[in-house]
Design a protein around this ligand. Structure first.
Ligand code: PLP
Length: 389
């Protein structure tokens, strides 16, 4: 069985008849149909052939095989964005009067989809504290779908996935967004999760130059979701698939450095007099140490969230004073990126909702890139010094 780094490079690569070392970009909206294709269409095997790129495309199929190999799944589907993956999956399994169990402690776009769009279809949402496993289990009765992030955006909270999976009732689906940890650090499907979701716009691609998404799981579940990707038009473009194929080849080695840089920076910030609090799973003050030890055996991810003294105004001044680290809304690229959730990822939440989950004034989310850690540390130190009273 090949190991992670080898799978990153070799799995899913479709070598063409021209003996290319990489999967070519099949930039074609449609494909020539043969009598064999018509036979497969009549047998209902539409996913096995190339008809039209909203349905399927060889560039896309190759990276779906790569993500299936990396997540340890039977099958995977690529999407035009992480939100495309989330919306298509949830719309497949929820119908009016159904219930979804989740938390506000999620990427704001996902929460907004549930609160503002699913609710229009009379789909009820039950919100729980991801840290309280007893509360989650108590609220699972009568629920159809359970959705959490393996490491939440932006406060890096974990959920006891195995315990939730053990308590699932017949027919309930457990879906985990594993964007922040990536399959390098954590494999939710090994713990009884049904569907793993990723925003591929982040670490999987790693170069801040595309938007994409994935889901992976059993063939049976993927077969149910795929027809809805066609109807909703949430399919990935072939050029995006090509870029992702290239990006994912270095996922393992990038994650190793992201993990290392983040841990070093979190430790520095923890002892810094200008910092109120630091949230990072590898720290000794992490509130869910047991879960961290149980699940995060490889690394604890590239994002560090912290609160600067002096509130949001100081946070903004601090970000403006950085020289190497760039202010941007996304994360997971080779370059370090920084933002404040109150005006980016959690902007759709009310101030009250943000306070409730602990996004207090001065909260900053730093996505540590793969630069030299000493340069990042110097940059942070000079910006904190420059903005101190
Ligand atoms: N899930 C998480 C944890 C995210 O952070 C994001 C985006 O920030 C998404 C999903 C949505 O992904 P995309 O922006 O690719 O639609």
């Amino acid at each position: 069985m090949e190991r992670f780094l080898t799978k990153c490079v070799h799995s899913g690569t479709l070598r063409s008849e021209m003996k290319t070392i990489n999967t070519p970009i099949y930039q074609s909206s449609t494909f020539i149909l043969t009598s064999e294709d018509y036979e497969k269409i009549s047998e209902g095997r539409v996913r096995d052939i190339n008809i039209y790129s909203r349905y399927g495309n060889p560039s896309r199929r190759s990276i779906e095989e790569k993500i299936a190999a990396l997540t340890g799944a039977e099958d995977a589907i690529s999407f035009s964005s992480g939100m495309g993956a989330i919306s298509t999956t949830l719309l497949t399994f929820l119908k009016p009067k159904d219930k979804i169990l989740t938390t506000i402690d999620l990427y704001g776009g996902t929460y907004s989809f549930i609160k503002n769009l699913l609710s229009k279809f009379n789909i009820e949402f039950v919100l729980v504290n991801p840290e309280n496993t007893d509360e989650i289990i108590k609220n699972m009765e009568g629920v159809n779908v359970i959705l959490f992030e393996s490491l939440s955006n932006p406060l890096l909270k974990m959920v006891d996935i195995e315990e939730i999976a053990k308590n699932k009732r017949e027919g309930q689906l457990l879906i985990i967004d594993n964007t922040f940890l990536t399959p390098y650090n954590f494999n939710p499907l090994n713990y009884g999760v049904d569907i793993e979701i990723h925003s591929a716009s982040k670490y999987l691609n790693g170069h801040s130059d595309l938007i994409g998404g994935f889901i992976s799981g059993s063939e049976e579940l993927m077969e149910k979701i795929w027809p809805n990707m066609l109807i909703l038009g949430t399919s990935m473009e072939p050029i995006t698939a090509f870029l992702l194929e290239r990006g994912m080849k270095t996922l393992g080695i990038r994650m190793e450095k992201h993990n290392k840089n983040a841990e070093k920076i979190a430790k520095l910030l923890q002892n810094h007099e200008e910092i109120e609090t630091v949230f990072y799973p590898a720290l000794s003050n992490y509130s869910q140490k047991e879960l961290r030890n149980k699940y995060l055996k490889v690394g604890t991810g590239g994002v560090v969230t912290f609160m600067v003294k002096g509130g949001d105004k100081r946070g903004v001044d601090f970000m403006h004073s950085l020289k190497i680290i760039k202010e941007a809304a996304s994360l997971g690229g080779v370059e370090s990126l920084i933002s404040m959730p109150f005006n980016t990822s959690q902007r759709s939440l009310t101030e009250e909702e943000r306070t409730k989950i602990g996004i207090l004034p001065g909260t900053v989310r730093l996505s540590c890139g793969i630069e030299d850690e000493a340069d990042l540390i110097e940059d942070i130190n000079q910006a904190l010094l420059r903005t101190s009273k």
